[in-house]
Write a protein that binds this ligand. Structure first.
Ligand code: 5GP
Length: 211
């Protein structure tokens, strides 16, 4: 029924497992995933163009100047941004696009795209979150400390999201994300075109029964 695709923003605390959940969601249900640009160094196993478009600060700032991002933000000393062209092309094709971005970026998206669906992935509790950050083994204690401080600040923004989904069990989390997106796509105000078509078709059909 929808002509344009849905823009779905997924945020969540650092270490909550949102990257894994989003990748599984995309591979199981065929959503389009926007690959962000960042000035952060690749982590082991990360591939340029797949996980991120890895950029120098100069390259990133040039893209800002050329209006190449629909939003960008600084997060723990690095730049992150959502490339404009890919997102707009996919929405135009009617594909549902997922952005996995942090809170400041999500708020900018909501301003520019009021129809966007905002989902925040949270942990069952704070100890689990801390344990997951240490368990990942990719950042030292100083960086983890910064990410936990940021998580604390992000609790103030959680109410601005349309949905909170808990990542306790990965499969359940992915199913819940898909359920939320599916329900959103059926909302009557997202399907006003269908209502108009039904009305106009019924206008003609009912005439056959008027004697
Ligand atoms: P990480 O360094 O752990 O991959 O990502 C750090 C944070 O940046 C995460 O919360 C991630 O969702 C966010 N992020 C990734 N890409 C973007 C983006 O394009 N824009 C914004 N605003 N945040 C992003």
């Amino acid at each position: 029924m929808n002509k344009k695709g849905l823009l779905i923003v997924v945020s969540g605390f650092s270490g909550v497992g949102k990257g894994t959940a989003v990748k599984k969601l995309v591979s199981e249900y065929g959503y389009s995933l926007s690959v962000s640009a960042t000035t952060r160094a690749p982590r082991p196993g990360e591939v340029d163009g797949v996980d991120y478009h890895f950029k120098t600060v100069e390259e990133f700032e040039k893209l800002i100047d050329y209006n190449g991002f629909i939003e960008w933000a600084q997060y723990v000393e690095n730049y992150y941004g959502t490339p404009k062209q890919f997102v707009e092309d996919e929405l135009e094709k009617g594909n549902n696009v997922i952005l996995e971005i942090e809170v400041q970026g999500a708020m900018h998206i909501k301003e520019q795209y009021p129809d966007a669906v905002l989902i925040f992935i949270t942990a069952p509790n704070a100890v689990t979150l801390k344990d997951r950050l240490f368990g990942r083994g990719t950042e030292d204690a100083k960086v983890i400390g910064k990410r936990l401080k940021r998580a604390y600040e992000e609790t103030d923004d959680m109410m601005h999201y349309d949905y909170l989904v808990v990542n306790d069990d990965l499969d359940k989390c992915v199913q819940d994300l898909h359920a939320v997106i599916t329900a959103e796509s059926f909302k009557s105000d997202r399907n006003s075109e269908h209502i108009n078509i039904m009305k106009s078709e019924l206008t003609d059909i009912r005439k056959e029964f008027i004697s």
